[in-house]
Design a protein. Structure first.
Length: 192
């Protein structure tokens, strides 16, 4: 009987852990199995993310933010995705003024919002927005994830896709990686 309960518990845990996120459901993403992942930690040790070992990664920090910028540079710009994940020491509210400010920033960059939504990711509240337009000679789409960490910090995860080839698939790959973000000690995340 004890083994049966453990088996049922393990099965339920696997089932719920393997369920796609709401964002993945919104885009009808299939499960992605990246190989040869490595954990990259930001300079201030506030968060980490698992990314493919072959991707080129740069770290940046200053007094108010710490970033991990990564991309698969073995592919052409129109076949890859660019991912920039930054923790910012600032409070964020997903209210109307915030959303209007996002719209204004899009307009100044000649981008049009395609979709936006409030949901959750990595057990945190998130507002995401997808916009499209042109950047240089390429069609361009960008997805911004504003992930509230606590009252004094949020993560801005930005996925950029150039060109028209496999845009949905590349965004799904970005969502999968963003869902691998680990925040180090959420209650104590602060800048020194």
């Amino acid at each position: 009987m004890k083994k049966l309960i453990i088996l049922i518990g393990a099965s339920l845990l696997f089932f719920y852990c393997s369920q796609p996120s709401e964002i993945s459901k919104d885009f009808n993403c299939k499960t992605i199995a990246y190989k040869n992942l490595e954990e990259v930690i930001d300079v201030k040790n506030l968060f980490s993310i698992q990314i493919p070992r072959t991707w080129k990664t740069n770290l940046f920090y200053d007094n108010i933010q710490s970033s991990i910028y990564t991309a698969d540079t073995t592919k052409q710009l129109t076949e890859t995705l660019l991912l920039d994940i930054t923790i910012i020491n600032k409070n964020i509210k997903f209210d109307i003024p915030f959303k209007l400010k996002m719209e204004q920033e899009n307009l100044t960059k000649n981008l049009i919002k395609v979709k936006s939504k409030e949901t959750s990711i990595i057990d945190q509240p998130v507002y995401y927005s997808i916009s499209k337009g042109k950047k240089g000679i390429y069609n361009y789409q960008v997805c911004h994830f504003f992930i509230k960490v606590n009252e004094q910090n949020f993560i801005l995860a930005k996925a950029e896709v150039y060109g028209d080839s496999l845009v949905k698939k590349r965004f799904c790959k970005a969502f999968d990686l963003i869902e691998k973000i680990k925040i180090n000690d959420r209650e104590k995340t602060h800048y020194k």
